[in-house]
Ligand binder design. Structure first.
Ligand SMILES: [Zn+2]
Length: 61
């Protein structure tokens, strides 16, 4: 099977506890994706910490 995050072949056996992702890294990227969507509340003030989108880009690079 193909990892939905990095599009590389992922281990589909029970040994891979990050299924359907290839690794913990891709699993966390996926979690960060939907968590980031939830942060975008119109008009809400965000703390000036690292931006979710920036963090995701770093993980993908
Ligand atoms: Zn992956």
């Amino acid at each position: 099977m193909i990892c939905p995050i990095c599009k590389k072949p992922a281990d589909n056996s029970a040994a891979n506890r990050f299924r359907p992702f290839c690794s913990e890294r891709c699993q966390m990227v996926d979690l960060g994706t939907w968590a980031g969507e939830g942060y975008r509340v119109p008009g809400a003030k965000l703390p000036d910490r690292d931006h979710p989108d920036d963090r995701r880009k770093k993980l993908l690079n």
